[in-house]
Design a protein around this ligand. Structure first.
Ligand SMILES: *[C@@H]1O[C@H](CO)[C@@H](O)[C@H](O)[C@H]1NC(C)=O
Ligand SMILES: *[C@@H]1O[C@H](CO)[C@@H](O)[C@H](O)[C@H]1NC(C)=O
Ligand SMILES: *[C@@H]1O[C@H](CO)[C@@H](O)[C@H](O)[C@H]1NC(C)=O
Ligand SMILES: *[C@@H]1O[C@H](CO)[C@@H](O)[C@H](O)[C@H]1NC(C)=O
Ligand SMILES: *[C@@H]1O[C@H](CO)[C@@H](O)[C@H](O)[C@H]1NC(C)=O
Ligand SMILES: *[C@@H]1O[C@H](CO)[C@@H](O)[C@H](O)[C@H]1NC(C)=O
Length: 933
């Protein structure tokens, strides 16, 4: 992370850097010391870093993620920490203005230079810059001191004094209380999937900048690329030329008659255009202007699976009397992305779409199906999130057939390097302001602080083509306002007004006044607007629950921990888009081994229970097991309901099987929902997106994640990859009536023809020839972004001729077609095994007699492949397992096989500490093995 940010900031200064009288030194180059208030701890510190990381480096504390350190290290969060360094080595020039620039201070800091207090800060998400010239004057041995106050203590003190607290009953508490009063990553105080470390430190790069007269330093660059006439939230005219609007936030005085030059180069550095910007304005420390770029001059950027990721470089240069003063280069691209929430049109009604409003994304004017998940902070300590980690994680995203991540509030605004990787891989990032599951204060000082945070981040990331949306926060309209209305109806209008103050009057203008290319919604889950008028003082009037009966409006957020209805399709919400849904599962034994002692490796051990934060303890009370127990019970019940329960003699093997069993339920449940939502693309709801909760883990614990902390895929990520294939076949079963249908669903942008082969087997693998059409081949045509029925039958009548506990329907789809914007013809296949009995625990499973063959063990270029074969029965939820010491993923997993069938998969190694020995320890199992000793 440090390296990539550093390179980025250097390239941002542009090539003429050395000729300018501007001197930029990263504060990472100083020798820092970290101390506690009484100096009993004094260790080497770093910038960027956080106190926990430096204390761990110095072996003052053990690994924060190990065992119960979530609880044992609370003293670190409750202590003030001071970072100090000498500036003597810098040879600071006395004839220049000297600035300190911090791209992120976490969170309550007091900064002194030469023992003179410079400033105090109170927002983790703002960039701060201070003129320290005076403080340095006459200072012989210059030093810098940054004292961080304890965030939990300060939040508590604010709660004692706050006159303008939000309403308490609606606030979701995790561990440390009062998170809503401070502008710090909200999950630092605990969440239901993570620990509560509340770290402190200079968490982003920081610089000392020296400027002599007439020189400038670019501290932030806005690039806004949109179609002429485009307005936020509305689909633009795709025939119009592009406008490139650039704006530089600078330190130093901008010459009054400065010009702005904008040059666009393609990926091979060929100049596309280089022009003097029009409409140049200079105000508030920023210089802005724009140019027009003809449509034909550039190629479009597309998300993963929908076309290529064509990237460009834009260099913005301030020119004064013919001389370059400063310039900034950003990698960017040309695309429009809109969240369309406009009323359903007559044409759409004519297509059979239900009345109401749209709620879907359009890329370059095209509707598409958004496939993806929710991205939480990849670590509790941001400074240790590396480029490699995100590259590997995002590789898993694209391999998983995903094109969009919702970057959850609250978290932190993503650093640029993460958007850069998303730009390269074509991952759309639905981004959010950091507000979540709470009402927030509306004191003027709080709003002013938020406004600065929002404007800085909106401007900072707007050039990234992966930026898909800004949302005000997480679960506000659908949850917080709902709770306020439920529990405090008498004051509801006050809570709604305060919500609008922050999310419509502060955050919406931060987006609309800095960007025309990006849509805004106040809350992640929302019924959208009643009206949108960009020239009105308050452009967005919200609909809330003012719905017309029978109409469909917004997106959906669905959690149901009553697993008895997990496969009851009528329990799923019908909406235009599913932005959250899920259920928790255990991580693998291999992940548990990283984090807990051998004696704690059993399902309900104290350590595992205390690392399970669903349901959250709600306070700092560590002896309250009741909430965790409930969550552990939910996973157990789901397994017992639907699968044979693990019953192995070896306790460790049994624990491992239990972990896997919870993952099977999780994957099965998500697959059922994803198939249902995707089928909705061809139903009256015209459902056009599903983003499940959640992509990845922040640490090793039972959570909703599909990818474990180390990068290992759970069953979920494999199954999500499968069910996010472009063309799928899936069953839809009403187990109460026996009504069984199957549909083919496609998110291609063209109509395709293909066949689905249907074959009924018993569990031994014999074809059930007494079932009508025991085997059949159904031709189908499925339209663009549409669905079509390929089977209609009834399992009750089927049950008259076969034993439903001894029947399996294999559905196998093949078709050919083009991926969007791809001229080559591709073959698409998909398979689904359906069983006409709800619980596989009651099915007549037989031993599938699995064989595993390792091929090409010595082939170091493409790695080994693994061939699995079933010999004596149907193999359900076949699971290839890689041992500890290697992290990576198989191409496929969790598949089913009928006897005689083989499947060969590769393995993509992300990290191998075994010197290749891991290959020998790959194992294969299936559901059958749960009940074998
Ligand atoms: C810790 O920091 C806070 C806020 O900066 C300050 O009020 C308090 O006095 C400090 N306490 C100690 C022990 O340094
Ligand atoms: C300070 O003045 C010296 C001598 O005039 C000059 O060489 C140097 O570039 C100046 N430093 C800065 C940062 O402008
Ligand atoms: C284009 O220029 C950038 C910035 O100077 C450089 O990093 C990159 O390697 C160049 N790319 C090519 C293809 O020459
Ligand atoms: C400059 O502003 C005028 C008036 O608003 C507008 O018509 C024109 O398109 C702008 N030029 C550019 C290059 O944006
Ligand atoms: C409810 O929505 C209708 C339009 O569908 C609008 O005319 C009416 O004013 C809204 N009512 C409220 C209370 O906002
Ligand atoms: C774990 O504990 C919960 C709560 O006591 C219990 O319901 C569940 O059966 C246990 N799970 C296992 C796998 O032992």
């Amino acid at each position: 992370m440090f390296v990539s940010l550093l390179i980025f900031s250097l390239s941002l200064l542009g090539a003429p850097f050395s000729s300018l009288a501007q001197n930029v030194t990263p504060l990472s180059e100083l020798q820092w010391t970290l101390t506690n208030p009484n100096h009993s701890i004094s260790v080497p510190g770093h910038v960027p870093s956080q106190a926990h990381l430096d204390l761990h480096d110095a072996q003052v504390i053990s690994d924060p993620y190990y065992g119960l350190n979530d609880f044992n290290l609370r003293w670190v969060a409750e202590t003030n920490w001071t970072y100090t360094a000498s500036l003597a080595s810098l040879n600071l020039s006395s004839n220049a203005t000297t600035w300190l620039v911090f791209n992120g201070l976490d969170t309550f800091s007091t900064i002194s230079v030469c023992n003179q207090q410079i400033a105090s800060t109170d927002n983790q998400f703002r960039q701060y810059y201070f003129d320290v010239t005076k403080a340095l004057t006459g200072c012989n041995s210059p030093t810098i001191t940054i004292n961080f106050g304890s965030a939990p203590n300060i939040a508590d003190a604010l709660a004692d004094t706050s006159l303008n607290e939000p309403w308490k009953a609606s606030q979701l508490n995790y561990e440390f209380p009062n998170r809503w009063l401070i502008r710090k990553e909200q999950s630092d105080f605990g969440w239901d999937w993570g620990p509560a470390f509340a770290p402190a430190g200079v968490w982003q790069p920081a610089y000392i900048v020296q400027l002599s007269n007439n020189h400038l330093y670019v501290r932030n660059t806005l690039l806004d690329i949109y179609r002429q006439g485009q307005l936020n939230n509305l689909p633009p005219d795709q025939t119009k030329p592009w406008v490139v609007n650039a704006s530089l936030d600078v330190l130093g005085t901008i010459p009054q008659h400065a010009e702005l030059r904008i040059e666009i180069k393609d990926a091979s550095n060929k100049t596309v255009t280089s022009s003097v910007a029009k409409n140049v304005t200079i105000s508030g420390g920023a210089i802005s202007g724009s140019i027009v770029v003809e449509d034909s001059a550039v190629k479009l950027w597309w998300p993963n699976g929908l076309g290529q990721q064509n990237l460009y470089f834009a260099t913005v240069t301030v020119v004064n009397s013919g001389d370059t003063v400063v310039s900034s280069t950003k990698r960017t691209a040309f695309r429009t992305i809109v969240l369309n929430m406009e009323p359903i049109s007559k044409r759409q009604l004519g297509q059979g779409i239900k009345n109401g409003n749209n709620w879907h994304f359009e890329i370059n004017g095209h509707e598409f199906y958004a496939k993806g998940s929710n991205f939480i902070p990849p670590d509790a300590f941001w400074p240790r999130v590396t480029t490699t980690k995100i590259q590997q994680l995002f590789d898993s995203v694209t391999k998983g057939n995903q094109n969009m991540l919702r970057v959850w509030a609250s978290g932190a605004y993503q650093p640029d390097f993460i958007y850069d990787i998303a730009d390269e891989k074509g991952i759309l990032l639905w981004s959010e302001f950091e507000f979540s599951d709470s009402l927030y204060p509306v004191a003027q000082s709080f709003l002013d602080n938020v406004r600065e945070e929002a404007i800085y981040n909106v401007r900072r990331v707007n050039h990234h083509p992966s930026l898909a949306l800004w949302a005000g926060g997480n679960e506000l309209e659908n949850l917080e306002l709902y709770l306020a209305e439920l529990y405090d109806p008498g004051n509801y209008s006050r809570w709604q007004k305060e919500y609008e103050t922050l999310f419509l009057n502060v955050l919406l203008p931060a987006v609309y006044e800095n960007s025309r290319s990006i849509s805004y919604i106040p809350s992640s889950t929302t019924n959208g607007y009643l009206s949108l008028n960009h020239s009105a003082p308050h452009p967005m009037v919200e609909r809330y629950n003012n719905e017309t009966e029978g109409y469909i409006y917004g997106d959906t957020d669905h959690y149901d921990y009553d697993s008895t209805v997990a496969f009851n399709l009528s329990s799923y919400p019908v909406g235009r888009f599913a932005n959250e849904f899920g259920f928790h599962s255990m991580p693998s034994l291999q992940s548990w081994e990283e984090a807990v002692a051998p004696e704690d490796l059993h399902f309900n051990s104290t350590t595992i229970q205390l690392r399970n934060h669903h349901y959250p303890s709600g306070s700092l009370n560590t002896t309250n097991f009741a909430n965790s127990t409930k969550g552990m019970g939910e996973m157990t019940i789901a397994v017992e309901l639907y699968y044979p329960t693990p019953d192995k003699a070896d306790p460790l093997a049994n624990f491992s099987s239990w972990c896997l069993a919870t993952q099977i339920f999780q994957a099965d449940f998500y697959r059922s929902q994803i198939a249902y939502y995707r089928r909705g693309s061809g139903m009256p709801e015209r459902q056009l997106g599903s983003l499940y909760w959640q992509l990845e883990d922040i640490w090793q614990a039972p959570t909703w994640a599909g990818i474990e902390y180390s990068g290992r895929w759970k069953m979920l990520h494999y199954i999500a990859k499968d069910i996010y294939s472009p063309v799928i076949v899936a069953p839809y079963w009403n187990y109460t009536t026996g009504d069984l249908t199957a549909y083919v669903t496609s998110d291609l942008w063209e109509s395709v023809n293909g066949t689905v082969d249907l074959t009924w087997y018993d569990w031994s693998g014999n074809v059930l020839s007494n079932v009508t059409n025991g085997t059949s081949s159904i031709p189908f045509t499925v339209g663009a972004l549409n669905t079509t029925k390929v089977l209609q039958t009834n399992t009750e009548s089927l049950g008259k001729s076969v034993d439903l506990s001894n029947a399996v329907l294999k559905m196998n789809l093949t078709t050919t077609g083009h991926l969007p914007n791809d001229k080559t013809l591709s073959i698409f296949t998909h398979e689904f095994f359906y069983h006409p009995i709800l619980s596989l625990g009651k099915a007549r499973l037989v031993d599938p007699g699995l064989n595993l063959i390792v091929n090409g063990n010595n082939d170091t270029t493409s790695g080994p492949t693994f061939t699995v074969r079933a010999t004596s029965g149907v193999s359900a939820w076949t699971w290839l397992d890689s041992p500890s010491g290697v992290v990576g993923n198989f191409d496929g997993n969790g598949f089913w096989l009928v006897p005689g069938e083989t499947k060969t998969v590769g393995f993509d190694v992300k990290n191998d500490t075994t010197g290749g020995e891991w290959v020998k320890n790959v194992t294969v199992s299936s559901l059958w093995d749960f009940s074998t000793p």
